[in-house]
Design a protein around this ligand. Structure first.
Ligand SMILES: [Zn+2]
Length: 341
């Protein structure tokens, strides 16, 4: 058998299998809003020690339930991204590194994980992240079918296929896009719009030199990760100063997004909607108001809708206690403005 035929059978077999694992169909009365109670990280008081509100995902979900936008049986529960799914992007050598608690402690910036048995770290920290990752991958499929999809978690934009960092252990954005390419061969132009306060160096490293992925990144140039190598992958780069405020921020996001879409005409958008741009965020060091975040998300969704481009929304960074409420209000605003198609 020629290698092409072997490759064909190999890819057919595995792509069918991947579809079953994390790519599943939802019913017509479900909305493409993805969440699992497995997202939340709770043990040994981590949720209190860490500067992050590691229960924000549950809070967003509960506010959306209370608003009536979704019900428990109309939202979508993703599957965990297990090794065979993760290996689409991550080499085994990387997944093996996560079997060392010291490495996970560095990636998550939670030093005391260093001292814990890896089995516990896997179960209580990495397993939740694998559910987030399954959610982002599934969001790609659902956005192709519905025009939009929201993963209430995910957005681990500092993790590349070979290295984690900045609270990001799996490259969910890279995986989402690779799954799109595998399952929808007509998709050849994907745009990442990364508006978290930090540079998205993980997906940038993964897609450096990849013509099929256009990256727009708007970030504070004065904070982590200062990854100059990864910056070469950014095709629309907007570097902000400390404490940038709403008017300048929204103007630059809006103008650059319009230009980027006109230049590239993407077939799909992955929107990394970090909320660490919020005033008072100790890591983001920007001065955007809650209303500014809501307007920003509206700008991005409106641009996608006007261009007829499917869009995935992931929540990424931003872990102040008030963040969950802002994310939920923004989702409600998108719905009220008719931007969920
Ligand atoms: Zn961030």
């Amino acid at each position: 058998m020629s290698t092409e035929i072997v490759d064909f059978f190999f890819l057919s077999f595995f792509s069918a299998k991947f579809r079953m694992d994390v790519y599943f169909d939802i019913s017509s009365d479900q909305l493409p809003i993805i969440y699992s109670s497995n997202y939340n990280i709770r043990f040994m008081g981590l949720q209190k020690l860490h500067p992050f509100d590691s229960e924000k995902w549950e809070k967003v979900y509960n506010i959306l339930l209370g608003s009536g936008i979704i019900k428990r049986n109309t939202s979508v529960e993703p599957h965990e991204a297990k090794d065979e799914v993760l290996q689409v992007v991550h080499p085994t050598s990387y997944l093996n590194k996560l079997k060392w608690s010291a490495y996970v402690a560095r990636v998550t910036e939670v030093p005391f994980l260093f001292a814990l048995p890896n089995k516990l770290v896997q179960q209580r920290v990495l397993r939740p992240f694998r559910f987030h990752t399954g959610g982002t991958i599934l969001a790609g499929k659902l956005a192709m079918e519905r025009g939009w999809a929201l993963n209430i978690g995910g957005g681990f934009h500092h993790c590349s296929k070979e290295d984690g960092g900045g609270f990001c252990a799996y490259a969910d954005i890279t995986l989402c896009i690779k799954f799109l390419f595998m399952n929808y061969p007509s998709i050849e132009k994907v745009m990442i719009v990364d508006l978290d306060a930090h540079q998205g160096n993980g997906h940038e490293r993964d897609f450096l030199g990849e013509e099929k992925v256009y990256i727009m990144d708007v970030y504070n140039r004065g904070i982590y990760p200062h990854d100059e190598y990864a910056k070469a992958a950014i095709r629309k780069k907007v570097e902000l100063r400390h404490f940038t405020e709403d008017a300048e921020y929204l103007d630059r996001v809006s103008r650059n997004l319009t230009d980027a879409i006109a230049e590239y005409n993407p077939q799909f958008i992955v929107y990394n909607a970090g909320t660490d741009i919020l005033k008072g965020d100790p890591l983001g060091c920007l001065s955007i108001t809650a209303q500014g975040i809501i307007e920003r998300d509206e700008i991005v969704f409106r641009a996608a809708k006007e261009n007829g481009t499917p869009i995935v929304f992931v929540t990424s960074g931003g872990y102040q206690k008030c963040t969950a409420k802002i994310i939920a209000e923004s989702v409600i605003n998108l719905k009220n403005k008719g931007l969920f198609r």
